[in-house]
Design a protein around this ligand. Structure first.
Ligand code: FUC
Length: 692
């Protein structure tokens, strides 16, 4: 269908003028030009948002005296269960969604024969074509009034005992012993024929038993999930439901078991929403509610989608990283056009948001949209994947060519600031934050905001490292090196905080949720206690400044703060913010809330917790860098450090007890625990045990 987002015609003609206006401090004049001449509007009648498939209703008549109602999600198996009792009969419903069999499977049982009665139907839009028989509902549609994808879905019912009839567009099943429901759905997003393909998928499993499907699902899931084991709580002896636990935490009690659960829940969510060959997890993962979900279930690239993937490598889910890496690759096609049309530059570029159509155009309002850094930031993930796996083929054939093309954009795009002589990028913003102009007006546009500088610095350095490893492109690396030399250093302002913009400007919202100028602290590693002690202190002050003005009010912002405090080596502060996330930004089902529900915080807390226990960004493996006093004793097994080390850590009374390191690649192991540093040569596959 038609694209909703395209590059504004002739935008490139205005960039020079806008840059000059910004260098002259004419922020508001520049803003007008950007809003009118550079940024486009969303075109109507385009492709629709990512949305849910439909509603399968299951009505159960005569449930008038239900007791013992319980809903459960078993994270060890990835199976959801509902049980309840009615008139002496216990009913059970089990659900799972199988990656190997591409189907959702439901099983309804009861502990007495002939007791299951349901009436079931599909609801979607007016346009949905629904075909219904005694044991099947098929539905299909060309979504978004013919603008989006087409899909075909089949709901297959197998019953033991009982009678099934079609009445008034509903299937009614009476007096059954058991019902198995299988749901399959295929769209033409990848060029498949939805009807044909959904039938093929269903044919393969139509006669497969529930238990066999369950076995395949569980073993596929556990191959990923069981890699990491995390314990910071002694068995509490009480089996509280999660919502009750959370309520207690909100009342002021702390609960390490809940934190443990939140950690593994985040891993469960990534395993369930991001597998090789799928799209990456979007703002709601894959759990979009309704047909117009918040922010279209897009991929926001100014923090959100990256946060979804910070945990992937370190929490031993490297494969789950792949959909995002593929996504970055797929941004190139449109991103090249945007680079050329909007900025007269080579390479490729993306802005604050993208979607399943790999949108890269700049559209919307300057305060969030005039930000050409989306692809560059995403490229950090390409190199991170290499640093963990050291897969040279991947670096050569996939990661490096994409990184190089993202870097090329900035080679063309950066200009010299006539006031300082430094090379800067712009027009750009410090994501979504405003400053006050000398005349007291709120403005956003700036030449060379700190985040731009740190992202570009990292991208260029990663390209140089990659080219060195691959022994290629010396000329291009020389260009990047000379550009880096012309870029400004990170600057500390008069109040001891890091500057957020190129000049010292007053923030209009000092507690803003984005803390973009700390990108250098996390996820990048340009600031550390050992290498840059002054900037390290400035970063601490910057974070404290934001927090003292109400920062961290969205789930993802709070999750980022946990990661920052881990990098600042302040375990107790990180812990405080985990508690704040649980108390203020967690729904009763443990999903993160912006508000509304947004999944980034669920993933961000996992990387934060991992980084409290293990960091490997500084060319050494730092064990328990930010252990909070509340986690007196515990263990984490199977987490991963850069250079291919798998790590098991046990600690007692706040001190490291044992460490088991599996060397997957045979690299030199540089270990740090407090001031104790060792360097050991390892062999591939070797398992090293250390007692402390
Ligand atoms: C970014 C954030 C918002 C929100 C949105 C989906 O633009 O600034 O807080 O998370 O993405």
């Amino acid at each position: 269908g038609k694209d909703s987002y395209v590059d504004k015609k002739d935008a490139g003609k205005y960039i020079d003028t806008i840059q000059k206006l910004l260098f002259a401090g004419k922020y508001k004049v520049a803003e007008k030009l950007v809003d009118n001449k550079v940024l486009n509007k969303r075109l109507s009648g385009g492709k629709n948002t990512y949305q849910m498939l439909g509603n399968l209703f299951v009505e159960t008549p005569n449930l008038d005296s239900v007791t013992n109602y319980k809903r459960e999600l078993d994270l060890n198996q990835s199976v959801a269960t509902t049980t309840f009792k009615n008139k002496g009969v216990t009913f059970k419903r089990e659900y799972f969604s199988s990656f190997p069999d591409k189907a959702m499977v439901y099983k309804f049982t009861a502990d007495a024969k002939g007791k299951i009665n349901i009436s079931t139907w599909i609801k979607r839009s007016e346009q949905t074509k629904i075909i219904i028989s005694e044991n099947r509902i098929e539905f299909s549609e060309h979504v978004g009034n013919g603008h989006g994808v087409t899909y075909h879905a089949i709901v297959d019912f197998k019953t033991k005992g009982g009678i099934s009839k079609v009445e008034k567009e509903k299937i009614t099943i009476s007096n059954a012993d058991e019902i198995i429901i299988k749901v399959v759905a295929v769209s033409n997003y990848r060029g498949l024929d939805p009807e044909k393909e959904s039938n093929l998928v269903l044919n393969k499993i139509e006669n497969t038993s529930y238990n066999e499907l369950l076995d395949r699902h569980v073993s596929d899931y556990q191959a990923l999930f069981n890699r990491v084991d995390f314990k910071i709580s002694k068995k509490t002896g009480e089996d509280f439901p999660t919502d009750v636990r959370l309520k207690k935490v909100k009342k002021g009690i702390s609960d390490n078991y809940l934190t443990q659960l939140q950690y593994q829940f985040g891993r469960y969510l990534l395993i369930s929403s991001s597998r090789p060959g799928t799209l990456p997890a979007n703002l709601q993962g894959i759990w979009a509610k309704g047909f117009t979900p918040p922010w279209n279930s897009d991929y926001h690239t100014n923090i959100n989608v990256q946060m979804n993937y910070w945990m992937a490598e370190m929490a031993n889910l490297s494969e789950c990283h792949e959909p995002f890496l593929d996504f970055v690759n797929n941004l190139r096609k449109k991103g090249r056009v945007t680079a050329r049309k909007t900025y007269n530059s080579r390479g490729f570029v993306a802005h604050h948001t993208s979607d399943v159509w790999h949108t890269t155009a700049a559209f919307g309002k300057s305060r969030y949209a005039m930000w050409p850094m989306g692809a560059a930031w995403a490229c950090e993930h390409l190199f991170t994947h290499y640093e963990y796996t050291e897969d040279k083929e991947y670096l050569k054939n996939k990661a490096y060519p994409i990184m190089k093309e993202a870097a090329l954009f900035f080679v063309d795009f950066m200009v010299t600031n006539p006031n300082t002589g430094f090379l800067v990028s712009g027009p750009s913003i410090s994501p979504e934050n405003n400053f006050l102009t000398p005349a007291g007006k709120k403005a956003t546009l700036n030449m060379g905001p700190t985040m731009d500088r740190t992202i570009i610095f990292e991208l260029f350095n990663n390209c140089i490292k990659a080219a060195e490893i691959l022994n290629t492109d010396a000329d291009f690396s020389a260009i990047l090196k000379s550009k880096i030399e012309q870029m400004p250093p990170l600057e500390i302002g008069s109040d001891g905080r890091l500057l957020e913009w190129a000049e010292e400007l007053k923030e209009a919202e000092p507690g803003h949720r984005h803390i973009s100028h700390l990108y250098a602290l996390h996820p990048s590693n340009q600031i550390s206690k050992s290498q840059t002690p002054e900037l390290f202190e400035a970063a601490k002050k910057t974070l404290e400044g934001r927090l003292s003005h109400g920062g961290g009010h969205t789930g993802w912002s709070r999750a980022w703060i946990i990661n920052f405090y881990a990098r600042l080596l302040q375990g107790d502060k990180a812990y405080e913010n985990i508690l704040a996330l649980q108390r203020k930004s967690t729904l009763p089902n443990l999903l993160d809330v912006h508000p509304p529900f947004q999944i980034d915080g669920n993933f961000g807390v996992v990387s934060g917790i991992t980084e409290m226990l293990l960091q490997s960004h500084n060319d050494e493996i730092h064990i328990l860098p930010a252990l909070p006093s509340e986690w007196q004793s515990g263990s984490i097994k199977g987490i991963v450090a850069k250079k291919g080390f798998e790590i098991d850590i046990t600690w007692e009374l706040g001190k490291l007890k044992t460490l088991v390191v599996t060397s997957k690649l045979g690299n030199t192991l540089k270990l740090r625990y407090n001031e104790d540093v060792k360097e050991i040569e390892t062999k591939k596959g070797e398992v090293l045990t250390f007692d402390y």
